[in-house]
Design a protein around this ligand. Structure first.
Ligand code: ADP
Length: 190
């Protein structure tokens, strides 16, 4: 199985690239942000809870996020692999994911880190906010807080995967297809 973690700051293009990778490698796309947004739309308890954090640009608590992710993985019978997009975002989440996959005799194949400069990120997110209407993309204070959360809690995960020998860094600026080709090259070279 090909199990990929797509890693990068908010606005790095994880969702865009995940969609293309899913098609090419026939993987299941699990985006924690998308699942939270679907729950908010559906008015579920999980959605209400997630919204209270997302509206501030904060991470949703680990316990809730991990439980949700595990339940999403469990919904798929014998997939070719998963793309984890927006998960893990903390060391606790990464440890929980490893542990969970081990119980299923699975593991992460590699972590693909999209590298994009901060100014470019903010520009992309605010543009996406205008186009999509996503509330957490429209407010500069929220965006700034998301980047702060990323730097404090998520960026240290690079070291976690580096130590496991699983981290592949990919330039995240350029055309969508150029970036996609770089990602495919890393995947195909194993
Ligand atoms: P982006 O990566 O562009 O910020 P996402 O759609 O991946 O957007 O996530 C939106 C929000 O959902 C995050 O700011 C956070 O509040 C919440 N979220 C998503 N994934 C996680 C996670 N793994 N752990 C905690 N919170 C998360």
């Amino acid at each position: 199985m090909l199990n990929l973690v797509l890693f990068g700051p908010p606005g790095a293009g994880k969702g865009t690239q995940a969609e293309k990778l899913v098609k090419k490698y026939q993987l299941v796309h699990l985006s924690t942000g998308d699942v939270f947004r679907a729950n908010i739309k559906g008015g579920t308890e999980l959605g209400k809870l997630a919204k209270s954090y997302m509206d501030k640009g904060e991470l949703v608590p680990d316990e809730v996020t991990i439980k949700m992710l595990e339940s999403e993985v469990g919904k798929h019978v014998s997939p070719k692999g998963f793309i984890f997009d927006g998960f893990p975002r903390t060391t606790a989440q990464a440890q929980a994911l490893d542990k969970f996959l081990t119980t299923k005799n699975l593991s992460i194949t590699m972590t693909l880190a999209l590298e994009v400069e901060v100014e470019e990120l903010t520009k992309r997110i605010l543009l996406r906010g205008k186009e999509s209407g996503r509330a957490d993309d429209q407010d500069e204070d929220i965006v700034r807080n998301r980047v702060k959360e990323y730097n404090n809690k998520t960026a240290p995960l690079k070291d976690f995967y580096l130590k496991q020998g699983k981290l592949k860094s990919v330039e995240g600026t350029g055309s969508i297809d150029e970036i996609f080709n770089s990602l495919c090259k890393e995947i195909d070279n194993g």
